[in-house]
Design a protein around this ligand. Structure first.
Ligand code: GLU
Length: 288
């Protein structure tokens, strides 16, 4: 049996905090206990927010925590062709469609719709895409495509769910509501998710699924805030014929007021803690 593969996959759009330290240390320890491999993946598809100095700081902070990872590190921005191929496969299956509206236009549309009935939200609280672009007559769609207006690509969720059938995943950790064991995926709760943005030819959901498969990740260990995203990931795995990893969602490290940590909160930033004289052993103790 090949050694099981684990991964820590930060986005270089800010400095790491205690929550990242917990996730990285947990992955590191689980890989060590299982005689497995630990990969570090830089999720830098958001060109506007990803910065080389944040990426350099990730290496520095993880090294300081005594975490060892394999090299070379996969940087998502260097593998856009892999994501393009997956989009092509979904397009051939007739499961994606172009969406031309701006964020402001979509927000306006939702506001209109919400005048009559509350508009459904996804598990993160964002309104579901109302689907105007899906029903665009094909001649009109071809016309807009020809005009060169930038567009995003969305998954036709109803068609995708009908194609994939019932899905579930094995949860080795725990969801935000205490869910464990075999979890039924509920991708329809996310609506027609974006799979490629106007300015980035992929999305978080698509790249994470492709990379976990390409890198042979056996157990995805990440924060509970991603728990319900796993529904979309399972759906994409099924549609693209990719293997299904196990998932271990872990509790989030919260601040004194019980809020999720953010990259901009200096009190819990690893660099600030280090500058304040705290050592890696103390960080391990702090995150439990
Ligand atoms: N890149 C994501 C983040 O930094 C993590 C994604 C994942 O672990 O699936 O929040």
């Amino acid at each position: 049996m090949p050694p099981p593969v684990f991964r820590f996959a930060p986005s270089p759009n800010g400095y790491l905090h205690l929550g990242h330290a917990y996730s990285a240390l947990l992955n590191f320890e689980l890989a060590r206990e299982a005689d497995g491999r630990l990969l570090l993946r830089i999720e830098d598809i958001d060109a506007a927010r990803s910065k080389p100095e944040f990426e350099a700081a990730i290496y520095e902070d993880l090294g300081w925590l005594d975490i060892a990872w394999e090299t070379p590190v996969r940087r998502q921005s260097k593998h856009l062709a892999d994501y393009r191929a997956a989009l092509e496969s979904l397009s051939v299956q007739g499961l994606i469609y172009p969406c031309f509206e701006s964020r402001a236009e979509i927000a306006q549309l939702v506001e209109q719709l919400e005048k009559n009935v509350p508009w459904p939200r996804d598990p993160d609280g964002a309104p579901l895409y109302p689907g105007a672009a899906k029903s665009l007559p094909s001649a009109e769609r071809a016309h807009v495509l020809e005009s060169g207006i930038p567009y995003a690509l969305r998954l036709d969720m109803a068609a995708a769910c009908a194609r994939a059938g019932d899905l579930n995943w094995i949860e080795l950790g725990e969801g935000p509501g205490g869910e464990r064991g075999v979890i039924t995926a509920r991708p329809q709760e996310w609506g027609d998710v974006i799979l490629a943005r106007k300015d980035t030819p992929t999305s978080y959901h698509l790249s994470v699924v492709i990379d976990d498969a390409l890198q042979g990740v056996a157990e995805v260990v990440r924060g509970q805030d991603m728990f319900w995203s796993t529904s979309v990931h399972r759906l994409l795995q099924q549609l693209l014929g990719l293997p299904q990893p196990c998932y271990r969602h872990h509790r989030l490290v919260l601040d004194g007021a019980g809020r999720k940590l953010s990259k901009s909160s200096e009190a819990t930033g690893l660099r600030e803690l280090r500058a304040g004289g705290i050592g890696p052993t103390e960080i391990r103790r702090l995150v439990g």
